[in-house]
Ligand binder design. Sequence first.
Ligand code: HXC
Length: 258
Amino acid sequence: MKFNYLKFEKKERIGILTFTRPDALNALNENVFKELSDFLDADFTQSIRVLVLTGAGKAFVAGADIKAFQTYSSQNAYEFAELGKLLFDRIANLDIPVIAAINGFALGGGLELALACDIRIASERTKLGLPEVNLGLIPGFNGTQRLSRQIGAGNAMYIMMQGEGISALEAYQLGVVQKLVPPGEVLSSAIQLAEKIASKSPRSLSLIKEMVGKGMEMSLKDAGEMESRAFGNLFKEDQKERIEGVTAFLEKRQPNWE
Ligand code: HXC
């Protein structure tokens, strides 16, 4: 598939999707979203175990394209917000793990994209934030919701209301990112983590995603019941990965998930 604003490559079981609009710090507009939609339509998850998202140049993604906002009607803005939500939800709901390799600025829609990923690794020198308050706007790709669910309302309000963006260290301390690495090592660290994850049971990984994702929207009691049912289902006779994982442990060998 040929893209102008995205690049997809495979390193064995790891897929790397790079946003490649560096002149605009990879800002998201309708053309980028069209390509992202086409990319997600192609059934790429069959051939990889983990997806890594990153950005070309000095940004991960510096947000939605502010220049395009100049011509937006209220309806256009609503539809753009809905389209971004739909695409980011599709990323969040992929049944393989997704890692954001935050090589540079992750601002506004860029941080919202990273928040739709399962794990975030960032350069220790970069800046993250939801700076929409400087534009008389609010986050529109679910940032108000995903950030507060992930790090709590007070921390999310702090980031959104002060609007200047926070250092990678502060983002790490607040739990926005899970790992900090020196600049230049972001992608390689993300790939290293992806390889480790890719060696684990794909069935377990996809169920963990499902439990955490769905559970966030449920009561603890109902989510616990869902978890018990999923755990029980793993003991059905056709659950090859559970059989292989437990047998491999008892036989003192590495499991083979193929
Ligand atoms: C369009 C952008 C852009 C953006 C940067 N550029 N961010 N264009 N939309 N979000 C463009 C600049 O205009 C400039 O183009 C080029 O990229 C390089 O950027 P500079 O500003 O020259 O770089 P630098 O001085 O290093 O500053 C980096 C920066 C700054 C701090 C990241 O660019 C910045 O503040 N960008 C805006 C970040 C932001 O507010 N994001 C939230 C957007 S609202 P030219 O042509 O001048 O060279 C949003 C809402 C999401 O995301 C929800 C929607 C529904």
